[in-house]
Design a protein around this ligand. Sequence first.
Ligand SMILES: NC(=O)c1ccc[n+]([C@@H]2O[C@H](COP(=O)([O-])OP(=O)(O)OC[C@H]3O[C@@H](n4cnc5c(N)ncnc54)[C@H](OP(=O)(O)O)[C@@H]3O)[C@@H](O)[C@H]2O)c1
Length: 314
Amino acid sequence: MAVPLSPRNQHRFSVAVVGLGSIGGVAAACLAEADRHEVIACTRAPLERLTLEREDGATMRMLEFPLRSLADPAAAKPVDWVLLCTKTHQTESAAAWLARLCTPQTRVAALQNGIDHVARVGPLTNGATVLPVIVYYNGERLAPDRVRMRQAGKYDLVVADDASGRAFAKLLDGTGLRILISDDFTTLLWRKLLINAIANPITALTLQRQAVLRRPDIQELCHAILAEAIAVARANGARVAEDEASRSIATLMTFSGELGTSMYFDRLAGRRMEVEALTGAIVAAGERHGIATPVNRALLALLRAVNDAAGKAG
Ligand SMILES: NC(=O)c1ccc[n+]([C@@H]2O[C@H](COP(=O)([O-])OP(=O)(O)OC[C@H]3O[C@@H](n4cnc5c(N)ncnc54)[C@H](OP(=O)(O)O)[C@@H]3O)[C@@H](O)[C@H]2O)c1
């Protein structure tokens, strides 16, 4: 039988959330609400409070929490856990935080899209253990101190069924975040990437919301992108279905055409887009396995050109 958590029988960990945007803001607020650990936000500007808007049935609940934040990496001390929640291309810019927060005993949960979390984050963490986390919830930063969370499906986060994944799930006990501990994490990682690899580039390059994915000619393009990406996914050990391409497209058709994507919003705002971790990861993994990816490579060239025009990392 589970032992009920009480301040006396639980261990309070120190948890640093690096990047208090849409995903990090929600994670920090959920941890603050549970009040089981010492949470510190590592931000570029100081913050004292955080408001979480969360759908509760038909109503939107507003929850406000006091927040400890640091805006200078030099003031950071080693912690038990880091939740790294920057965009993937901002990981390097968070290196000063990671250098101060991490020791070999630290666990770094990377709540980022893509498939290469360990390779991207590992070299910056002083030998800490890096664990990739798939994010299923939708986060939206409404202001620097206000985030909105929308939950869809059965789970909010997915981790691998290993010691770090299980420790992460325990860390978030009591937060209300629904965590799937998966024994086929690689497949779920790729499944998420397949959806991102069509919706993000197409909406960003056409500057149209997801309704554009309903055009028959665009659906043909989606199938071409996915055929390459699925071959690469299989070579990487993902056990994707025979009809995975149709499933990915069908999933996207369940979303409102009014929705954007993160690349679309980043392009609209003139910010850099997460190109290398999505389309770039498919092309790079294809190269490693000797699988040609000409359609993804063409998208990558276009996206890189847009990114370069957007200037410095946003
Ligand atoms: N949003 C979603 O619903 C969603 C869903 C699934 C997966 N994801 C993935 O989750 C990851 C995070 O995305 P997001 O939507 O949360 O991005 P976001 O809203 O842009 O948040 C990123 C945050 O990181 C901060 N940051 C960047 N560099 C920093 C640094 N050096 N030091 C401190 N803070 C820094 C940014 O601060 P500034 O405000 O100062 O720039 C921003 O607050 C991405 O990989 C994304 O693809 C997002």
